[in-house]
Design a protein around this ligand. Structure first.
Ligand code: DX5
Ligand code: ZN
Length: 223
């Protein structure tokens, strides 16, 4: 589908004391987007990043930011994400209390990419009615909330299922896999139909050989 695998470094795993240095490395390497997880301690039992952080990172370079919202006040936080410079915003399909399509379309109307996130326990079919309003789907490989968890094997089949759904619908929705990606399973996700991966604690931020070399290793694994 796409000629290059999309790389979305998740900044929740970055070393905050070396943030500018690391952003520079990632920007120069041509990563696709900085993935910003925002958690409010309510929708998921953890806190993570915030809108000031997003504002700072989105003004750092022309590498765009994408926000993965794990907060209770989704409509409010979609607005804030866009105001603070995000070029893409995704919220969970499990939030059936929202007018999902209207919200996705409102993100597009503001010139941003619209995304839905699906957690491991949710049937992939839940996405089907909304695919036409989505520019991308984030397929979780772990339960949302924490970095460093092991990748759930059933995710491969779920990626394949979503790939099939989008083909049947004739839609070019990007599939991004988030959570538990390591140096081995990244290419397997791509073979099952994913376009892109969220790179985090088990690869580029694993502190094995340092960010630059670990990123090179990840990119080699995807050739
Ligand atoms: C989890 C977040 C992920 C997380 C990635 O809720 O959405 O973006 O940071 O996890 P790791 O670092 O384990 O791949
Ligand atoms: Zn995420």
């Amino acid at each position: 589908m796409r000629d290059k695998v999309g790389i979305y470094p998740t900044l929740a795993c970055a070393d905050y004391l070396h943030l500018a240095h690391d952003l520079e490395i990632l920007h120069r390497a041509g990563v696709t987007s900085f993935h910003i997880d925002i958690m409010d301690g309510n929708y998921v039992p953890n806190y993570c990043l915030n809108f000031d952080y997003l504002k700072a990172v989105s003004s750092f370079s022309d590498t765009p930011c994408d926000v993965h919202l794990m907060t209770s006040e989704v409509e409010r936080d979609v607005e804030r994400s866009i105001q603070c410079g995000s070029k893409a915003v995704a919220f969970h399909v499990e939030r059936t209390d929202l007018d999902t399509d209207a919200l996705l379309e409102s993100i597009r109307m503001k010139g941003c990419r619209s995304g839905l996130v699906i957690s491991p326990q949710t049937p992939v079919e839940a996405l089907e009615p909304h695919l036409a309003s989505c520019d991308y789907v984030i397929m979780m490989g772990v339960r949302p909330g924490f970095s460093g968890q092991a990748f759930l094997e059933e995710t491969y089949a779920r990626i394949g299922q979503l790939d099939e759904l989008r083909r049947r619908a004739g839609l070019d929705v990007e599939i991004i896999v988030d959570g538990g990606i390591d140096f081995e399973n990244a290419s397997r996700c791509i073979r099952h139909g994913a376009d892109s991966i969220v790179a985090g604690a088990l690869n580029i931020f694993s502190h094995q050989q340092g960010l630059e070399k670990d990123l090179e290793r990840l990119l080699r694994s995807l050739e």
